[in-house]
Design a protein around this ligand. Structure first.
Ligand SMILES: CC(C)(COP(=O)(O)OP(=O)(O)OC[C@H]1O[C@@H](n2cnc3c(N)ncnc32)[C@H](O)[C@@H]1OP(=O)(O)O)[C@@H](O)C(=O)NCCC(=O)NCCS
Length: 295
């Protein structure tokens, strides 16, 4: 494997993305980097972890930043030919090098879904992936009596920067979150099984972290575009503004990985299940001081 390189996809229009179809059967044009991210997510969450395909893509995807890590992989396209009489190689083996996506991660802007309540058990259908409550008020929950087929989408979705503002509602206070401060959410972290244990995920996080530290105002809502009323603010100090807080809803098996990056488990948030997989909430605060305010 050659040296991996990482690519960033900023919020993009994905309204034609069909969540019932895999990434390589999408009917409309979709950003290549997003298809690559979905290739990894499908391999890891759908094929390996058996999560339903239709839950993999969600309403947060168009408004998120996605990082995709690629590796150059050499594979044999033609075996060598040996003359059986002389045992001499008459045609050498032919290899080709391809660049393939091997890992991905996304950062979801605020507002995010409300903090999950640690009540549902591992088989409770009310804990399917994190599709319960959407900050834009779209009901995409699925009750136990319904099939797992996705509901038709009701609205088209656009990145946070060009859509109507979402409600900046009060959430339940936990150990590291006062219930109100805007935070970004890191998630859909996945590395293909063949590339695990080489700190590929750490490279993804380093890239995302550096980007956040250099673009701390990127996800802040624009008062010019949205207006004070829509942001629920009466004065400038009340405008939602990212202060460096990052949250991860981590699968239990990934807690150590996030811990290495400085995330701490939020004890009050508790644990919950998504598709039978135990999750905990973790938080990290990045230093965004000395960053000029958004104009
Ligand atoms: C979690 C995940 C992203 C970590 O990626 P990674 O690039 O392998 O991360 P690292 O190289 O730092 O290794 C992480 C751990 O896996 C171990 N590991 C080593 N080789 C491994 C392999 N072949 N397969 C699985 N884990 C391996 C490492 O020793 C390390 O263990 P430790 O945390 O006890 O020290 C990856 O395992 C993954 O995609 N898992 C499935 C999806 C998932 O759980 N995502 C997190 C959702 S919150």
């Amino acid at each position: 494997m050659g040296t991996p390189f990482i690519s960033l996809l900023e919020p993009s229009k994905l309204e034609d993305y069909d969540r019932t179809k895999p990434h390589d059967q999408q009917p409309g044009p979709v950003a290549k980097a997003f298809l690559d991210a979905m290739a990894v997510r499908e391999a890891v969450f759908v094929d390996e972890q058996r999560m339903p395909l239709e839950y993999e893509y969600d309403e947060d995807d168009p408004r998120s930043c996605h990082w995709v890590v690629y590796a150059s992989v050499s594979h044999v396209v033609e075996l060598e030919q040996v003359d059986p009489a002389t045992n001499i190689i008459v045609r050498p083996r032919r290899s080709e090098t391809r660049t393939v996506p091997i890992g991905t991660m996304r950062i979801v802007p605020f507002p995010t879904r409300p903090t999950p309540s640690p009540t549902a058990g591992p088989r409770d259908p009310a804990r399917q992936r994190d599709h319960l409550h959407h900050p834009f008020g779209i009901d995409i929950s699925i009750s136990s009596t319904r099939s797992r087929r996705p509901r038709p989408r009701r609205r088209r979705h656009h990145p946070s920067r060009c859509r109507d503002p979402a409600p900046y509602a009060q959430d339940r206070a936990t150990t590291f979150h006062d219930g109100q401060e805007p935070y970004l959410k890191v998630g859909r972290l996945a590395v293909l099984p063949a590339y695990r244990g080489r700190h590929i995920s750490g490279q993804l996080w380093t890239a995302a972290r550096r980007w956040l530290e250099t673009h701390p105002r990127y996800f802040d809502p624009s008062v010019t575009e949205r207006g004070m009323d829509a942001l629920g603010a009466e004065q400038a100090s009340e405008i939602p503004r990212w202060g460096g807080l990052v949250c991860a809803h981590a699968q239990a098996a990934a807690v150590k990985t996030y811990g290495r990056w400085g995330f701490r488990v939020d004890e009050v948030m508790g644990h919950w299940y998504e598709e039978g997989v135990p999750h905990v909430g973790m938080f990290l605060r990045l230093d965004t001081k000395n960053v000029p305010p958004q104009v």
